[in-house]
Design a protein around this ligand. Sequence first.
Ligand code: 5GP
Ligand code: MN
Length: 886
Amino acid sequence: MGCAPSIHVSQSGVVYCRDSDGGSNSPHPSGFSRSYHTHIHHGAVGPISIKTEATDGDPPTLVQTLAVKKERRGTITFEAETQTSRTNMKEQTGLPSQTEDMLGPMKVKKPAIRILLVFAKEDSQSDTFWWACERLGYRCELARNSEGALEAFLQKHHDLVIIDHRHSRNYDAEALCRSIRAIKSYEHAVVVAVTRKSPNEKEEPSILPLLNAGFNRRYTENTNLGACINELLMLDHSEIRARNKLKACQALFAAIENVSEAIEICNQDHQLMYVNPGYERLTGFTSQEVVGKEKGLPKSDKNSLDLHDAINTQIKKGKSWEGTVYDHRKNGDSIQQHIHISPVLGHGGKITHYVTLRRSAGQTHTSGPLQCIEKLKADSDLHLQSDCCRRKGSNEFNTRKSSLDIKSTHSGNSCFEGAGGKRRDSIARIHAMTIEAPITKVINIINAAQENCPINVVQALDKVLEILRSAELYSPQLTSTPKDNDPVTSDLVEGLMTCGSRRRYSSDIALSKNILPQFVPSSPHSHLPDVPSDVQAILDKEPQWDFDIIELERVTNKRPLLYLGMKIFSRFGVCEVLNCSEVTLRLWLQLIERNYHQINAYHNSTHAADVLHATAYFLNRDRIAGILDNMNKVAALLAAVSHDVDHPGRTNSFLCNASSELATLYNDVAVLESHHSALTFQLTWRDDRCNIFKNLSRDDYRMLRQQIIDMILATEMTRHFEHLSKFANSISKMGASARVEDDRLSSHSGGMATPEHDTLRTLENRTLINRMLIKCADIANPARPLDLCVEWAKRIAEEYCQQTDEEKERGLPVVMPVFDRASCSIPKSQISFIDYFLTDMFDAWDAFVDTPSLITHLTRNYKYWKGQAEEAERRGESVTRLEDVE
Ligand code: 5GP
Ligand code: MN
């Protein structure tokens, strides 16, 4: 069967092949004495018969075996390489026929073992090894001197070299061993010294000189075939096997040396054992500078105080930790990085090593354990309208679009088409989100360029990145008119995102004269009267998204904030958190509600109640409830209540153009939002009876105040895209991945224990979440049930039209000319508002929070407005009068 074992003389071009495999079946070496043929591989000298002599019991000597033998440079090769013969040999010797080993999860193929015998003179010892090889099916070569041995070794890199150490005349065995050891990348060979029997049986010579020369083992001369076979088998099963696995480790090192992520390996005492070139690039430290030193956890005062605890708790449990942290580079800069620390467990589950992967935050990759997001992205590709752009692009998240075209992934219809509450679509879209400020693109390009750059360039670019990452650079520049030069959208955007016109108007207006309204609650006992049953009936539906706030406005005689506020505050235990009485809380709510202008069509206390409702609804979603703490939640509720207090029913632009007192006071910057926030605190502190903060500790008050201010200021629309891109790029993607993981683990996971959840809970991230929460609540009215959505659309249009009326009347610049009573198209303005501001925002929000009802309503309402707009067009009307909106 198959090709028979062969004997050939190396490099001579002559190969001696055995005639048949019959000999292999022989249970005894004597079976080897058969007739042989030789042939020349590269030529055609046909088989030549080789005569061998068989002797029962003892193996024939090489001289006997190889009647025809050519020698050159002192090597002779014996090969017994067919499966048949090897299997047969294994059967005879009881060797398992396993051809693969496992190195962790890696399959390592066991090579056909190659052995180099270095014997100056053939004798019974070399012959016995030779025959043992034959019996075991190992490939064998014989070298006669150091030169021949080295040359053979360099060519074939044998797994095992057996050097005759008994005679020093012909070559220096130890020098030869050293030379072999010095050959780089073949250091995994096993080298055995054959030594003489000690003349004095009682005195065993030291093995140390041999070990120092690089030998792995000593074999005391023994020409018994069984002893040689056993020796070879032992070596095969121990040293050779282990070294074969070590060779496979080189492949792993090649891999980790070439990945762009930074990889560091520490021992159990956190001493660095290894860092890859990616580490050098990321941190600026060279391998020599850090290996052997202790590696601490990420240090930066930008990290949350409990970061180390969070990491330690996780890794001590043998679990990996992943998150975004700050750590210092060699030059002292603190850079944000995604890190993944995994403990490696050894015997008895004890931690033996720590492997840490890092990459600079913002750098994107396609492999490695940091890639849950990428995995999710790949999953989601099926659902994306724009996936082809990304696939054919680079591996960067955000480079798929080449221009600042915020909405260009949307097809003619909204990207909500077919949403129907499919949060998966939202997750998909958030990963494809295109709300990138130009700065994001710049950062991505630099990140991509950093890969495989020399370390000094990487360092320089890191500095550039640090500068570019400063917050102010994140604001997108609205240089071009958005969305196909659509006048409705551009008016809307100009109106909401800019502060005043360049034209100056001197006319003073008397807006917000009532900066400190004189309202003081009528009596300290002004209890809320019993909640009337009709109010109660409506309030019962408060936990649902389709709660009817307009109906509550009606039955409460335009005081919905007080009733809804008390209901929601009691549900969230606001009194307990603030350590204040219910009376104080009621008086506060009344005070704030009274400072809303009921005369405003839109920005009245019903809007505040509506935003409070949405806020409470979001706070109750599992994801948010598990991340925010009580103080965050109370801050959100209070901010919602007071976020538009004393709103004059005019936009910031109007106030700036009109040089109002408020605009002057706040230097035209976030005029209204600054006012809402400042007034909230002024009102609260003015009278002890409604001071809900009075019992808080100084620290709690500071924290709460800071959060309320931050949230109210976040409702300012000029920074809409900044807030959204920060949220989408960090929280939303991370949250969506964590949620997919939650789903995978199914509901039994209960609490949220993944490293991503820990990261989400940092103070910084909770702030981002709260900002987005109030923003979503503030402009969620187009995502309410249709009748409510239509009502809100009418109200905002009415308020804007009133502003236009006044602008015209007073000769002020008309900030949003499309909101003119004579020509206003509510459907068009809603379509633009949804397209421009809401789609991406609610995608990001839904991906994180899971808000299917919102997405469903938004999708339906969007279609409704489209239908209305088309109908108006069919009728030839460019105008939908307010009264005509159903
Ligand atoms: P707010 O002043 O309510 O705190 O901030 C939200 C902004 O979004 C307001 O300026 C408001 O005019 C605007 N807005 C909210 N809902 C709608 C809407 O349905 N359509 C339009 N065109 N603007 C809206
Ligand atoms: Mn508002």
